[in-house]
Every structure is written in C-alpha cells, then in structure tokens.
Write a protein that binds this ligand. Structure first.
Ligand SMILES: Nc1ncnc2c1ncn2[C@@H]1O[C@H](COP(=O)(O)OP(=O)(O)OP(=O)(O)O)[C@@H](O)[C@H]1O
Length: 641
C-alpha cells in the first residue's frame, strides 16, 4: 500500500522527461505502428490450429492502444507476435513501423518491450541500474545522461527509492509496482518510438494499476511515444483515458476504436450498458465465452467483422509518405569496447554483491576441500601407505568443486533472460557481453582455485609447495572448462533444471571415466569416447604428476602394505627415500593413467581444447539465441483457414 501511495504522489507529469528529451524528441518524426491480418498458428496433434484470426490495428505517436479481452482471448499471443517474441507457432501478417516492415533491426533500434516478468539485477540500486543501462546504450555526454536519468527517475516516481537495491526472493528490495516502474524507466532510456507492455499492471492492486496506466497515457503524450499494452479490467477512469481500445475474444476482434465510441457501438448492436457499470467490465463480460452464451459472443464478433471497413488510420503507404520511414535513433549506440567495459564494471560489481554465482561457491569449495583435508589428514605424512590416500585427496579436490559448477547453470540461466531482453531492446550487442564475461571469468577461476587447493591441499595435506603455481594454473583451467560447459547447458534448455541434470551427467561421466574407477581399455565403445573428451581425466593426470614427480617419499618398511619403489637402491631395507618418479611409475602398474613421463603441457592443452569447444558452442548459442526473433511471415488471409 505504501508503494501505491508513493506511486500516486511521485509519478509526476512527464514534463521533466520532456524537458530533457526535448531537444531531440521535438525533432522526432511522428510514428505510426500498424498491423494487418495478424494470424498466429500452432501445430497440434490434430493438425494446425489458428489462435489469432487476422487481427488489424494501429497506433500513433502520443497514443495508447489498450488490448483487452477475457482470459484466453489471445492478448499475449498478439503482443508476442507484434514484438517478434520466440514461441512455438508461426505468425503471419503485415506489421509496419512508419510504413516499413518490422524486422529485428527495426525493432531493436526503435521499439522496446516490457514483458510480464521483470528481469532486473537484484543487487543493483535503481540508480545504478539506470546508470549502467545509460552507459551501455546512450551516446550522449555524461552530463546529459545524468540529467536524463534524474528526469526518468522522477517521471516514474522512483526518486525516493533511487538508492534502494532492486532485490529478489532472498534480498528485500523494491516492491512489485516499483520493479514494474523500473522496467519502464530502463525502456525509456533507449528513447523508443513504440513501447510494448504486456500486462503492466499485473500483480498490482487497483490504485497502483490506475497510477501506472494514467502515467503511461501522460508519458505517451509528453514524449511522443506510441504505446501498445495489454490490460486486465481497467477502472472506468483508466478505460476512458485510452486513445484506442481493442477488445479481443477467441482470437478475433470484437471492437477497435476510441474508448468514447465503445458504448454507443455496443448500444447500436443491442447491448446497452446498465447504469453505474464499469465499461471495461461490461465489455469483457459480453465477450467472455465462459460466462456468456457463446452464440451471443459469436454474434458480436460477426457483427464487428461485417461492419469493419478498414483501419481508421489510413494505410502503410500513407504512413511512409507522412513520416518518411523509420528515422535513425540518435541516442542509441556505443562501441563494442565501450559496452564491454561497462558490462565488465557492472558484472564485476555484481560478483562482489551477489553471492550466488562466485562467492557462495568459493565458500563451498573451501569448506568441502577442508572436509576432505581432515578425512585424509594422514596423507600429509609421506609414507608409502599414504601414496594412494594422497592421490584420492587430489581426486576429491578435483571432483567435488567441479560438481558444484551445477550452481552456475542456474545462475547463468537467470542472467541469460536479463541479457536477452537488454539485447532485444537494443541496449548492447551479444559479443560485448561474451567478451566481458570471458574477461571476468579468468581472475575468478584463479580465485576459486586458490580457495580450493590452498588451505586444505598445501596447508593441511602438505602438498609439494614448489609446484603450487603450476597446479593452480591447471586447476583454474579445469574450472574454466567446466564453467564453459555450465554456460552451454544454462542456455541450451529454457528450463534450468534440465541444464543442471545434463551438467551433472557430464560431471559424472568425467568422474567415472577419469581412469581411476575403471581402466580406460575396459570401457566399451561408444562410452570410451568419454575417456578422451574428459576434462577431469587430463586435469587429474597433470596435477598428480606435478604433486608427485619432484617430491620424495619415505622408504618402504615391513609394516607397509604397499611399496612404491621399483629400483634396488630404494627397495625394502635400504632405508633410502623413494623419489616421486619411482612412485609414479609404480602407481602406473595399478592405474594406467600415471607414469613418470611429463605430460603436463599435453594434458593442459587437452583441457584447454575441450574448454574452448564448450566456449565456442556457448558463444554460438548465445549469439544465435539472443538475436533470434520470430519473423512475421507474409499475410495469408483466410485461404488456409
Ligand atoms: N502453443 C500453443 N498451443 C496451443 N494453444 C495455445 C498455444 N499458445 C496459446 N494457446 C492458446 O491460445 C489462447 C490465447 O492465449 P493467450 O495467452 O494469448 O491468452 P490471454 O488473452 O493472454 O489470456 P490471459 O489473460 O489469461 O493471459 C489460449 O486459449 C491458449 O491456450
């Protein structure tokens, strides 16, 4: 409720925004967004089903087109089609901005969409969110950018919580309504000509919803933006404020026109609204198949279709003549380097603030490895009996932290949703994110490596200290390769749980076929492929070699169950220390993986090659998925119905 009150009092008239945008926006040509014969078809087991049956509509700069309809009417399908959102079926129709066909580039440079889901960075404040967004995509001077942000913050009524963190289910922050307004603020930064909002009032109470909707109307007029939004049950005052209203039912139009003409139209076709009724509710009830006679609904839809004589706003050829096509968006666009550096700063800050991706993992690495350090504490003695225990401690140090990479699958999946929206709304290029992410990962993998091996390995288990740096580098490389795999699986599947399961399978395959649990020559094809494409195996062999090769072990004694000596000088009774090279050769008799041959460079190369494979796969998926939009196919009319 507090938020609602703030929303009502703080959502100022948009004049401050107009003042800031004025110099450029006054020059902005009027825009006309038009859609004709929009159809949406999905494949079903019985063939093909048409969900939208040829919808027409248009909206001009400064206007709000509100799409209403009972549940299941097709509002979301329509807005998804107009915003080229990826989803199952195919969209057909003619959709134009200023007479030019809507393509991905036209959309990205001139439109912004706000979905029902707010994808924000939970650990940034409102102002930081806007600062970074402006640094990413606005090419004005610093002073102009700050003035623009201040204007937008006060316009959307977020001044009072400018320094509040956005928050999420774990961190208390902005309320639902404030998050919606922040989404709106970010969309406004790119100075769109058309703004799409799917249920901007969802999850808000009546007063907050009314405040948002009347704000949108003022915003459209003050900034000359065309707004298309879907809405559930607006109040009478909000409804009367809409410039154009589209009423949908069963994927067809029941009414399209001004809000003041709605009641006379329905009265003319025999549906007079009773006194003291909310017109929006009345209309929705009239066309709601679930609670009204379906024959009446069909009759209303048929009557509209019969009386329809074309859109009340000319044709797309007129739009082109009138507006001169789609102008360049002067505010938008920075170099890839500038975007990369901004993202590096933003995600660098998030690494420290948001514990989920790295900090929590660092703590888990430390704790898990210390646990194994305690369990295998006797392996710190360089006795013959402890040779295999030392190796098993290394195995756990490699196996357990890499399994925790599963957390990254979940985090990257969430991050991907936010990045996808920013890229689609024209805020940055996909490669800027990929470069900045690659840059951030390098020091972080080293840091995670330090957390994993330092205390438990070199502190508690007395690993061979002169090779600390080499071990750390191989270890960080291994973590990097697993991280790349986690990134692939985070965006391969929409549902992060599937990605997590696939990651765990990869990890389990790595553990099972790393040469310790089963001899690789005993593994049948095609599973034997996993003994080659196995990050863990190559990393383990390199790290074991670095740990053992230059160290020495105590001489064999009568009480030792095993003796890792293979020369007469160090055999039982000589009392000579056993060099690591001999121990490695002896270990090779049990595990084919080990030998006294130095293969560290080769092993590291193998990890690098596998990691690069995952990384390139991830780059490809990220690039194609963030650039992919649902193309609108040419109109098909009623022929294929
Ligand atoms: N891929 C699909 N396959 C089959 N039916 C679909 C598919 N996508 C949407 N529909 C159906 O299309 C109709 C319109 O769905 P849509 O989500 O657009 O409704 P809506 O008006 O936004 O409803 P609500 O207000 O409840 O969100 C629904 O009956 C829905 O079940």
């Amino acid at each position: 409720m507090e938020d609602v009150e703030k929303g009502n009092t703080n959502m100022k008239k948009s004049s401050s925004l107009q003042d800031v945008l004025g110099s450029k926006n006054n020059l902005k040509a009027d825009s006309v967004f038009r859609f004709e014969d929009v159809r949406y078809r999905v494949k079903t087991k019985d063939g093909e089903t048409e969900i939208l049956h040829g919808i027409d509509g248009c909206v001009r700069s400064g206007e709000v087109l509100a799409i209403l309809g009972p549940s299941g009417a097709g509002k979301t399908c329509l807005i998804d089609a107009l915003t080229m959102e990826m989803k199952g079926g195919d969209n057909y129709g003619k959709v134009t901005l200023n007479g030019q066909d809507l393509t991905r580039d036209v959309f990205t440079r001139n439109c912004a969409s706000m979905t029902q889901q707010d994808n924000h960075w939970a650990f940034l404040t409102c102002r930081e969110t806007l600062d970074y967004a402006a640094d990413l995509c606005v090419n004005d001077t610093e002073e102009q950018k700050r003035a623009r942000i201040d204007a937008i913050l006060s316009t959307v009524g977020l001044n009072d919580c400018a320094d509040t963190k956005v928050g999420n289910q774990f961190l208390k922050g902005l309320s639902g309504g404030q998050k919606r307004r922040l989404s709106l603020a970010v969309s406004l930064l790119t100075d769109p000509k058309v703004l799409f909002l799917d249920e901007p009032t969802s999850g808000l109470d009546a007063a907050a919803a009314a405040a948002i909707m009347s704000f949108l109307k003022e915003l459209a007029q003050a900034t000359n933006i065309a707004i298309v939004c879907t809405i559930h049950q607006p109040s009478t005052a909000v409804f009367n404020g809409f410039d154009r209203v589209m009423l949908l039912s069963s994927g067809r139009v029941a009414y399209l026109g001004t809000s003041k003409d709605v009641l006379p139209y329905f009265e003319k076709i025999g549906h007079k609204m009773p006194a003291n009724t909310n017109p929006a509710e009345y209309m929705l009830d009239l066309v709601n198949r679930e609670f009204t006679d379906p024959k009446q609904v069909d009759d209303i839809l048929d009557r509209y279709e019969k009386s329809y004589t074309g859109l009340p706003c000319g044709s797309y050829e007129d739009d082109l003549k009138e507006t001169g096509g789609v102008p360049n968006n002067e505010h938008l666009g920075n170099s890839t380097l500038a975007e990369t550096m901004t993202l590096f700063r933003r995600h660098g800050l998030l690494v420290f603030r948001d514990p989920t991706l790295y900090v929590a993992r660092a703590v888990m690495f430390l704790n898990a490895c210390i646990f194994f350090g305690i369990i295998y504490i006797k392996s710190r003695e360089r006795e013959q009996d402890q040779v295999f225990s030392r190796m098993w401690l290394l195995v756990w140090h490699i196996g357990v932290p890499t399994s925790l990479g599963v957390v990254a699958v979940f985090s990257y999946n969430e991050e991907f949703a936010a990045m996808k929206r920013e890229i689609k709304n024209g805020m940055l290029r996909p490669f800027s994110y990929l470069f900045s992410n690659a840059l951030i990962q390098l020091p972080l993998m080293l840091f995670l490596g330090v957390c994993a091996v330092s205390v438990s390995g070199y502190g508690m288990a007395d690993w061979y200290a002169p090779h600390y740096i080499q071990v750390l580098l191989v270890y960080a490389l291994m973590l990097w390769a697993y991280e790349a795999a986690a990134q692939v699986f985070s965006i391969c599947f929409t549902n992060p749980l599937i990605g997590m399961l696939v990651y765990m399978n990869l990890w389990f395959g790595g553990f099972l076929f790393n040469g310790i649990l089963i001899d690789e020559k005993d593994v049948v094809w095609p599973f034997r492929a996993f003994t080659y494409v196995n990050i863990m195996k190559w990393a383990l062999r390199a790290i074991v070699y670095l740990e053992y090769s230059d160290a020495t072990f105590n001489a064999c004694t009568e009480s030792d169950l095993l003796c890792f000596s293979n020369s007469a000088e160090t055999m039982l009774g000589t009392g000579m220390k056993v060099p690591g090279s001999e121990v490695l050769d002896s270990m090779g008799k049990t595990y084919r993986l080990y030998s006294n041959e130095d293969t560290v460079a080769f092993d590291a190369m193998m990890v690098l090659v596998i990691g690069m494979g995952f990384k390139l796969w991830y780059f490809y998926l990220f690039y194609t998925k963030t650039r992919k939009v649902k193309e609108i196919l040419p109109p098909i009319g009623d022929v294929a119905k």
